[in-house]
Design a protein around this ligand. Sequence first.
Ligand code: ADE
Ligand code: ZN
Length: 326
Amino acid sequence: HDIAALARALPKAELHLHIEGTLEPELAFELADRHGVTLAYPDVAALRAAYDFDSLQSFLDLYYAGADVLRDEADFYALTRAYLERAHADNVRHVEIFFDPQTHTARGVSLPTMLAGMRRALLEAEARDGISFRLILSFLRHLSEADAIATLELARPFLHRIDGIGLDSSERDHPPSKFQRVFAYCRELGLPVVAHAGEEGPPDYIREALDLLNVSRIDHGVRCAEDPALMARLAREQTPLTVCPLSNLKLRVVDDLREHNLARLLDAGLKVTINSDDPAYFGGYVNDNYVACIEALKLSAGQVVRLAKNSIEASWLDVDAQARLL
Ligand code: ADE
Ligand code: ZN
């Protein structure tokens, strides 16, 4: 209906998107063929059928296995280009993309290889479709802080091509405090930092991300609702939350989208945004996430406009570039 049409038509920014999570099964098989790799599933339908998760970890196991087909510059280009075509179709005007270098360096793929492929697609989309971009290097929190520090050292010669730092992967038992030193080092280098927190992990992990890591946004953050004082702080400080509704549904953070607290957080004045996280795995790109929320949560036109505006205001674009999109 017309609120869904409004959501599709509004200019939007996507701020929580893992490039490895945009690998559609069709492209996974194409790249596997190209490299002579055998996937654990016989065909596209069988792979897609395996995308039936009961937790963050059950997804991550498949996500890291899928990334094995990404081997050279052309693969990272094809992956990023395919995502940007979907984003453009959804009227996404600005993207801030996570990539997980440790997933690839562990397999012998170099950081310059990943960066070259992603940037070739990003620069093309910027020229062709006017999509602006930032790249966020994300540390894997199930690995050690020493591994994150080594990754940052590896990235030092390329920091002019890296716009910020993130923290993702298995949240439980890997609190933000584990990465306090490497995040301080990143901030000394002038990099803005964000972290996944309060997806599966407790509200205290959100507090740690704010107080120990000095993040400028919280990725997910939906479990803040369990802590009224924290919720009030997030509203007061206008810390953006990059919420991913279909991800939360697929990973059983919520059992039914009608129970999702996105509208409640928005109405409480928090700077909530809608994002797709890992769209190839969770059944939808940005507009699919908007439409699913409009239907499940009966969002009003005003709420939809607020969400799209928030995405632009929560971005790392300067105020003039933001103003051109608002
Ligand atoms: N890596 C990719 N998607 C993720 C998510 N939703 N949470 C944590 N790590 C991730
Ligand atoms: Zn994520």
